[in-house]
Design a protein around this ligand. Structure first.
Ligand code: AMP
Length: 395
């Protein structure tokens, strides 16, 4: 696996695909700059080597040129985070981009305009990719968030740099961390899958059964399993068309020697609201009109025990409706358990959409081993797929 550490960038222009698809408020202020901060180590290494940096990214989903999606809105923040005055090219290909790239001196940083102003980007157009490739001497992919897309800048462009392409440090870290879970995990390996629906995670569950010793199924997903096993789940979220599938998954787990842990009790509410009345009840005996919105105290303790005896942990998906304060307790308890295990030497990886939000919201970010930045890319990796953006560098 070739990374930026294997290349001396002195005198070279690095064309880096970063993921600067950051959230902006109505005044174009960045509300979360994590993605920019995450790209900093790669940029700094190249500048310190004596190279220059050309940054390319998408922002949002513009249909053609739409000013509100211009990357000009983030120039100031990128400059501030990197500590270098960032230059800007108002186009990502063609004369403007080529002139800006050729004028760039070593030690300087250039940011290109939104790649998705061109439909060719998401189509993976080869000529557009070739145009991009003219801008730099070395291609660096540091965008895990888009590594599952075979877009021009994430995948196709790599073929124009047969000898001069590599992973940035963020993407390399993602690959190594996932490998620690999926291939080299010290046993017992535990996966915790929560979130709303079984249907969105079937392929993940099926793939992961070959990799883990324990599987915790929590959150809204668990009710489909409980109902399939004959329980009464009241008004809880449940996918009735997935009951057979749930039983099939449990059978597969048994055959593969994977111990599955499902919550035994829940905090049930009489409405999907933070102000609802609540009661604790057994998960397989939820009264009509009530819905399970969080893991109950017995479940939290059960999961705590499983977590503390695991040496490798993957966590995807919350254990309850953590967005509402009264139903965040199960997710917080799990975060605490994982933090404690991590302190004792367990490798823990949190990834995929909402669990990352939960981890940040409740301050567990620095208490777990690794927080993955890519939602979709992370899920596809867990599904066992080879991501095109990664493959393009390895080829
Ligand atoms: P996912 O994107 O599949 O990881 O699902 C995350 C969402 O699942 C979060 O917005 C949670 O509020 C939701 N969720 C977790 N537990 C429950 C539950 N018991 N009932 C309804 N929604 C839930």
């Amino acid at each position: 696996m070739k990374t930026i550490q294997d290349i001396n960038f002195e005198g070279k222009k690095a064309l880096i695909r970063v993921d600067f698809n950051v959230p902006l408020d109505e005044n174009f202020n960045i509300t979360d700059a994590t993605r920019i901060e995450a790209a900093k180590p790669t940029i700094i290494k190249i500048l310190e080597d004596g190279g220059s940096v050309i940054l390319m990214s998408h922002l949002g989903r513009p249909k053609g040129v739409e000013e509100k999606y211009s990357l000009k809105h983030i120039i100031g923040k990128v400059s501030e985070i990197i500590g270098v005055e960032v230059k800007f090219a108002t186009d990502c290909v063609g004369e403007i981009a080529e002139k800006a790239a050729s004028d760039l001196k070593m030690g300087e940083v250039l940011l290109l305009e939104n790649l998705r102003y061109y439909a060719e980007e998401t189509k993976g157009d080869i000529e557009f990719s070739e145009q991009l490739s003219k801008l730099g001497d070395v291609y660096v992919n540091d965008a895990f968030g888009t590594a599952h897309r075979a877009h021009a800048s994430t995948t196709i462009v790599a073929q124009f740099f047969p000898e001069n392409k590599c992973f940035g440090s963020l993407l390399a870290q993602e690959i190594v961390s996932l490998k620690k879970i999926l291939e080299e995990g010290e046993k017992p390996v535990l996966a915790i899958l929560g979130g709303a629906k079984v249907s969105s995670k079937i392929t993940v569950i099926e793939n992961i059964l070959d990799k883990v010793n324990h599987l915790i199924i929590g959150g809204g997903m668990s009710f489909t399993f409980v109902k399939a096993l004959g329980g009464t789940v009241g008004n809880s979220i449940c996918e009735d068309d997935k009951l057979d599938l749930a039983l099939e998954i449990l059978n597969q787990a048994k055959e593969k020697g994977v111990q599955v842990h499902i919550p035994v009790d829940v905090i049930a509410a009489d409405d999907f609201s933070n102000e609802a009345n609540t009661q604790i009840c057994d998960i397989n005996n939820i009264p009509d009109g009530w819905q399970g919105l969080d893991a109950g105290p017995k479940s939290r303790e059960l999961f705590n025990q499983v977590v503390l005896k695991s040496k490798t942990i993957l966590w995807n998906g919350p254990l309850g409706v953590f967005e509402m304060e009264n139903f965040a307790g199960g997710t917080i308890a799990l975060g605490n358990s994982i933090s404690e295990a991590t302190k004792n030497g367990t490798f823990s990886l949190v990834g995929g959409g909402d669990s990352v939000a939960a981890v940040k919201q409740f301050g567990f970010e620095n208490k777990v081993s690794y927080v993955s930045t890519g939602g979709g890319a992370m899920l596809e990796s867990l599904e066992g797929k080879t991501l095109p953006g990664i493959e393009a560098i390895l080829k």
